[in-house]
Design a binder for this molecule. Structure first.
Ligand code: HEM
Ligand SMILES: *[C@@H]1O[C@H](CO)[C@@H](O)[C@H](O)[C@H]1NC(C)=O
Length: 325
């Protein structure tokens, strides 16, 4: 009786909150019977790589976002090109050549397959790895109880990456629409953009609409960027700059202080100050200690539930770079 009414209330909650993790059968500790050490194994691999190079951690957090926004969180971003599918997501402009951290997923998958073959999806490894990168880069402040149970997809199409991932020149309305298409709110968008407190950007991602033209960017910061970036970045000459000039390797709320100071790289970052409601969110995240970290924790879980595949829609890949035969 109690169990039945619990199931009913979960179903009801699903109608109200379409993208909540429970509705897709995602569960915290999903592998506790089938692969009890999986989360420790992934964490150890992520730790090794992130302590060697914090930028790889930034890559893993971005990888989780780029996986979830295209075909849902299904590991589709990991698939390599094949003769029958020469243009997978990972070769699309938003991902290539900037997306990094694939070698961490490979190492984690190898270690996990040794412990429990054929049980853990690559999509869940991406989610765990993004979570763990956030943990280490935040100096253990962002502790996410990441639900799991995602299956791996078999479709990976570069056009879909281009159509679903928001580009850096988007304005606020476009950003809100892009996130709404995935069941995420304007506040989720503001909160998740805070990931731009770590990692780098290539000059080509911002020079043309932020440096070459008049924009609301801080004058000193623009001059700094002009010295670091060629006027016309090309594949052969496309340096990177840190996204957060103040604390480049710390996952913290410094991003929001940078937004308020007009020291951010993208139109999409600056756009957060173009409405009163989002401006207030930026101020709160900048000023209230701990608030952003708590919101980021929840938003990462929500993002991790986007269009999750179950049953016949997916599989547990043997190797993360290729679909099973
Ligand atoms: C709101 C819309 C967003 C836009 C327009 C956007 C755009 C970009 C662009 C253009 C880059 C630089 C790529 C390069 O040139 O190297 C970047 C980097 C990055 N983004 Fe976003 N992003 C958005 C949201 C997010 C979200 C939701 C996350 C994760 C929660 C995220 C995490 C990152 C990270 C960590 C990096 C640095 C990656 C590295 O150093 O390898 N971004 N983003
Ligand atoms: C990729 O997606 C686009 C747009 O949805 C579609 O037109 C195209 O046929 C797809 N390509 C492949 C190889 O499936």
């Amino acid at each position: 009786m109690a169990a039945a009414s619990l199931k009913l209330s979960v179903a009801l909650a699903c109608v109200l909150l379409l993208s909540s993790a429970a509705c897709h059968g995602l569960e915290v500790g999903y592998y506790k019977k089938t692969c009890p050490r999986v989360e420790a194994i992934v964490r150890d691999e992520v730790k090794k790589f992130v302590y060697k190079n914090a930028g790889i951690g930034a890559g893993l957090i971005r990888m989780f976002f780029h996986d979830c926004f295209v075909q849902g969180c299904d590991g589709s971003v990991l698939l390599d090109p094949t003769p029958t599918n020469p243009q997978p997501e990972k070769l699309s402009p938003p991902n290539f050549p900037s997306l990094r951290g694939f070698e961490v997923i490979d190492a984690a998958k190898d270690a996990v397959e040794k412990a429990c073959p054929g049980v853990v999806s690559c999509a869940d490894i991406v989610a765990f790895a993004g979570r763990d990168a956030a943990y280490f880069l935040s100096k253990m402040k962002v502790k996410i109880n990441m639900p799991a149970g995602r299956l791996d997809g078999r479709v990976s199409n570069s056009t879909e990456a281009l159509d679903n991932l928001p580009p850096p020149f988007f304005n606020l309305d476009q950003l809100v629409a892009s996130f709404a298409a995935k069941g995420l709110s304007a506040e989720d968008m503001v909160v998740l953009s805070g990931a731009h407190t770590i990692g780098v950007s290539h000059c080509s991602s911002f020079v043309s609409d932020r440096i070459a033209v008049t924009s609301d960017i801080d004058g000193g910061f623009a001059n700094f960027l002009r010295r670091r970036c060629p006027a016309n970045p090309s594949t052969a000459n496309d340096p990177t700059v840190n996204q957060d000039v103040v604390t480049p390797n710390a996952l913290d709320n410094q991003y929001y202080k940078n937004v308020l100071a007009h020291k951010v790289l993208f139109t999409s970052d600056a756009a957060l100050l173009t409405t009163p409601a989002t401006t207030q969110m930026v101020r709160d995240s900048a000023n209230i200690p701990g608030q952003w970290e708590a919101k980021f924790n929840k938003a990462m879980i929500k993002m991790g539930a986007i269009d999750v595949k179950t049953g016949k829609q997916g599989e547990i890949r043997r190797k993360c770079r290729v679909v099973n035969h």
